[in-house]
Design a protein around this ligand. Structure first.
Ligand code: SAH
Ligand code: SF4
Length: 373
């Protein structure tokens, strides 16, 4: 476990093993979670020998890119074993500062429209590696106000570390974030959604739906073959019942695939009467996936149709596109060895966990290569 993933009592036990008094553990916890100091050499009230013992537990920041408007910043980290992950900070002019965190290096789910999904799965992050992503954006002048678990990976497939990270972020001696300001996004890991409902936490739940039809959803998201729409929506209803919180459905709009009036109507029929909100996200295009975002008119028409049917819906604006910082859009440029504005690119092979696309999807590909490459 990396340093930022340890609770107070665990730090006390760790330093005790090294022959240090328990209060050293409290000092470390305060440095990390309250002061946001991750570099042990800056923990000036600790003995040098202790600082040195803590040193190898850190990840390093490889690159920091800001969007042209300065509101969005993407950070690339190298973890102690060489894995690389990204986190994104999104500011609004009203003072809200949302950090989008990754929970896994890669992802095993293989959604055909998702860049992370194309890489396959490398490993789970530990809670410290998740918390660090937030701490690196947190400052006394501009504190982080919201967290979304919408970066690389499926948070509910790394359940224990995700929960641990949430408990650390909300710790009364640490960043003290309100659980209501944290949103966990899932592709629909039904048993874990039900388990989350039982935690007694007030975290928000976002469910990636992308289609009201099982056939199409299975083509887009292989996980639907394991837990189909009825089970996913049932688990989301249960979450809303238990927590009293409105569930968000994420619906990534893909031109000619899931953006028709008919699908809007079927989506409205599926969600009618449920405590929920639909976030429509025009696809962030990338050259590896032969799918496209719909026109603005089409996206607006889809939204209007949902609203007319009484479903709460909004179109989410893609931000930070110029730095490939949109959620679910991470890591590609680096892994492809494409030159970046800052620093060097690295050429590295990639493996795809994606199965061959269905004929229905292949038909949407102008290149004839299919959706997944
Ligand atoms: N694995 C989780 C959380 C990370 S993905 C999940 O799937 O919910 C966060 C969101 O980004 C999901 O709703 C996902 O469907 C969406 N997403 C992934 N790739 C995208 C793309 N290229 N364009 C738009 N949204 C995308
Ligand atoms: Fe994984 Fe989410 Fe991407 Fe699907 S959309 S591959 S679940 S990160």
């Amino acid at each position: 476990m990396t340093l930022a993933g340890l609770f107070l009592e665990e730090l006390e036990a760790l330093v005790a093993e090294w022959g240090e008094p328990a209060y050293r553990g409290r000092q470390i916890f305060d440095w990390v979670h309250h002061q946001g100091v991750l570099d042990p050499s800056e923990m000036t009230n600790l003995p040098v020998s202790l600082r040195q013992r803590l040193e190898p537990m850190r990840s390093t920041e490889v690159r920091r890119l800001s969007s042209a408007d300065g509101l969005t910043t993407k950070l690339l980290f190298r973890l102690h074993d060489g894995q690389e992950i990204e986190a994104v900070e999104m500011n609004t002019r009203t003072g809200r500062k949302t950090v989008c965190v990754s929970t896994q290096a890669g992802c095993a789910m293989g959604c055909v429209f998702c860049v992370t999904g194309q890489f396959g799965f490398a490993r789970n992050l530990d809670a410290g590696e998740v918390v660090e992503q937030v701490l690196r954006f947190n400052s006394a002048e501009r504190p982080v106000t919201n967290i979304v678990f919408m970066g690389m990976g499926e948070p509910l497939a790394n359940y224990d570390q995700t929960l641990r990270a949430i408990r650390l972020m909300t710790h009364p001696r640490g960043m003290r974030l309100g659980a209501r300001r944290i949103t966990v996004s899932t592709s629909g890991v039904v048993p874990a959604m039900r388990r989350l409902a039982a935690e007694g936490l007030q975290v928000g739940l976002a469910v990636s739906l992308h289609s009201p039809h099982d056939q199409l959803r299975s083509d887009l998201m292989p996980i639907n073959r394991r837990w189909p729409i009825a089970e996913v929506v049932g688990a989301a209803d249960h979450y809303a019942d238990v927590t009293g919180r409105r569930v968000s459905y994420e619906y990534t709009l893909m031109a000619g695939v899931n953006d028709s009036d008919e699908l809007a109507d079927d989506l409205a029929a599926l969600l009618r009467g449920r405590l929920c909100h639909v976030n429509l996200i025009p696809l962030n295009p990338n050259e590896d996936v032969s799918l496209h975002a719909p026109s603005t008119d089409r996206a607006l028409a889809f939204e209007a149709r949902l609203r007319q049917a009484g479903i709460s819906a909004t179109i989410r604006v893609n931000r930070g596109r110029d730095i490939q910082a949109a959620c679910g859009q991470l890591r590609l440029a680096e892994k492809k060895g494409r030159p970046l504005p800052l620093g060097e690119g690295r050429g590295e092979g990639r493996s795809s966990a994606v199965t061959a696309p269905s004929p229905a999807l292949r038909a949407t590909s102008p290149t004839g290569r299919g959706v997944a490459v």
